[in-house]
Design a protein around this ligand. Sequence first.
Ligand SMILES: *Cc1c(COP(=O)(O)O)cnc(C)c1O
Length: 231
Amino acid sequence: MSIEQNLSSVIEKISNSVNKSKFNQVVELIAVTKTVESDKINEVIDLGTNNIGENKVQEIQRKYSEINTDVNWHLIGTLQTNKVKYIADKIYMIHSLDRVELAKEIDKQAKKHNRTINCLIQVKLSEEDTKHGTEIEDVMELVKQIAKEYSNIKICGLMGMAPYFEDSENARPYFKKLRSIFDEIKSMNISGVNMQHLSMGMSNDYEIAIEEGATFVRVGTAIFGERDIIK
Ligand SMILES: *Cc1c(COP(=O)(O)O)cnc(C)c1O
């Protein structure tokens, strides 16, 4: 299957899932382009994609100048504090904000560029040690603290990952959980916090995530095929 065929199949499935969802939400597709070279990224952009997700700062730095139009760059992977400075002028949204120390640095770098940076709080939904994020019981405090202290960060919602399951139906409780945390924070109307986005769902489970309220799905393999190297 070509990238074009894959992409239209993903878009169709997204639309079917949106119709099934009771949340009445708008869903945006983020094409996850880690390990994918720039010619292919430009191909999906030419096909109409304008959200690009990378999990490494270095890859954004390298590809940024090779991508031919203005697209929204999303950092979806773990972010080291000392690397924020390399993307602070380029990034549209950081999905992996999970600690105060990182917030402090994002805020500082955003100020340097005279901008605000959109951030999602990454929540740890499972005990798999590869999954980063704030512990569920600490999310509320973190949101409050960041909203109070770091004016150049705009908290826009939450991000989370379900464990991988052969049967994606098993991911549903994880997405429900994230949705309930999202609703709880939203209902508090914390000043400076705009709970608008839920980033959840990957190639194997994005349809379930949408049924449970996702507004961003992060899809790589289903568009570009299997990655050669696990990064
Ligand atoms: C790689 C990655 C994805 C996309 O995974 P696929 O299974 O290829 O769709 C989504 N989110 C994060 C955080 C990732 O690192």
